[in-house]
Write a protein of this length. Sequence first.
Length: 221
Amino acid sequence: MIAFSLPTDAPGGFVNKHAETAHPVQEGIRKRWSPYVFTDRAVPTTDLRSLFEAARWAASSYNEQPWRYIVARRDDPEAFARLLSCLTPGNQEWAKQAPVLALGITRTRFTRNEKPNRVALHDLGAASAQLTMEATHRGLSVHQMAGIDPERARSLYEVPEEFQVATALAIGYAGENEAAASRFRERDRSARHRRPLAATVFQEEWDKPAPWLEGNAPLPD
């Protein structure tokens, strides 16, 4: 079962939506979630460096490291407004409160031979996931987004043709912020849901759950 809990020491009514997992996982995985509301607290530069250092050490096919990031901080209003304009209007409405925004970009061809890299998006996702786990470890939150205007970003930042502007990230401290619309605050209080493992992990044939998923079943060698 996946649920969330409200710690008794949560400041200002802020909900920490820690997952109640069906099987043991690392604490950082339980604590990770994607808020819509961020406090006004700035992200220290030292922490921001460590987030992208974590992304730097993600695994990738042939060690290609196809990911790139363009980053803007809210304490630089002009740069922040520029990157914010690359998000869809719906995402701009809540992401404008985040202290840091980033675009996730990936090279679509291998540099070693210029052949298409069909796992480039996967590798960008792995880097962003690693960034997100480092953020969680440091008490920060990351909300990843698909809602962007890739061509606007390409034009504004002169992104080369062989790169794909794929995603965006909002980075900061989750919490109460009266400037956020009430519907976003309510979203942050809503319950979390995940489908069961049996609907995701198969064995022998499609849609046939792996038998070792049952708690009393023997694990595979």
